[in-house]
Design a binder for this molecule. Sequence first.
Ligand SMILES: Nc1nc2c([nH]c(=O)n2[C@@H]2O[C@H](COP(=O)(O)OP(=O)(O)OP(=O)(O)O)[C@@H](O)[C@H]2O)c(=O)[nH]1
Ligand SMILES: [Mg+2]
Length: 319
Amino acid sequence: MDGCLEVAVGVVVNGAGRCLLTRRHAGKDHAGCWEFPGGKLEPGETPREALLRELTEELGIQVESCRPLIVIPYDYPARSVRLHTYCVTAYTGTPEGREGQPLGWFDAAELRQLQLPAANRGIVNALRLPDRYLITPEPVEHGDDDAFVERLSSLLDGGYRLVQLRAKKLSQTSLRRLAERVVRLCREHEAMCLVNGSVDLAREVGADGVHLSADALRLLQEFGRPHDLWVAASCHDRQEIALASALQVDLAVCSPVRHTGSHPEAIPIGWDGFAELCAAASFPVYALGGMTNDDVDLAQQCGGQGVAAISGLWGGRRG
Ligand SMILES: Nc1nc2c([nH]c(=O)n2[C@@H]2O[C@H](COP(=O)(O)OP(=O)(O)OP(=O)(O)O)[C@@H](O)[C@H]2O)c(=O)[nH]1
Ligand SMILES: [Mg+2]
């Protein structure tokens, strides 16, 4: 491929929803770090074949089925790696440290606290994030906030777990009032809530994070990303993906995949363009622009986490 070390890694989850990690031995790179079991592809091997072999060698289990989760390209100072990550959905045998490595089972919250190799951040985020990213339509100043909140509430009842409040035209006072309601509602539904544009507002209203335009991302270059919030970014090309990677954002949307009424002048990147951007990203990526529930599978086949949409999700049913 391109001088990159190709690596297959597996996420094995037990009945209690805990992920299996192993601890790297002293003397290896990232010594002492916890990692997902796996290893380097041998010549001629596909990532899936390498996964099956490595999990047998390292854990003594036989993988019966797995699905691709995310591919992470990452440049460490000493070498570049590409982690082909799979969720193991069925296996036989009982995992044990065949190479003497300690094993541990960790839940999603613990995973974020552990010392993992830097490339693994994208895997942990992909495990945590859902396949749909609901973006709100622009609320109307002096409009019917109750109707807006009710619509969001019924969508959350229908299963959405990631919401962006996207309100670019409201006055500060109206925005803050609405954001407080939206954050509270999301919390009641155990959904993650990001607010568009303002790190300060996200902090003030207790949102989980902030969603930033490509221009806002460029402004962050000087100071780096906030570490107390999730950071999502809007990207349109390789340069913006590279910037988002350098800033270690948690997730991104790439657009427009199809023509969209909200940006009629923008030229679609199509599914091929989307797949290229996913391949370059070290974090989960959602397809945006003309997306509906029916596009989730296709977005995932392209290497994406799923789809993001305003009208296609806000107006529609969960498929
Ligand atoms: N297995 C594994 N490797 C990872 C993870 N994250 C990560 O950056 N890597 C990097 O991927 C590279 C290859 O992994 P590896 O050392 O497990 O490969 P291997 O089992 O074939 O090696 P070995 O035979 O030398 O033990 C290493 O540079 C490692 O640091 C991870 O979660 N699991
Ligand atoms: Mg290994």
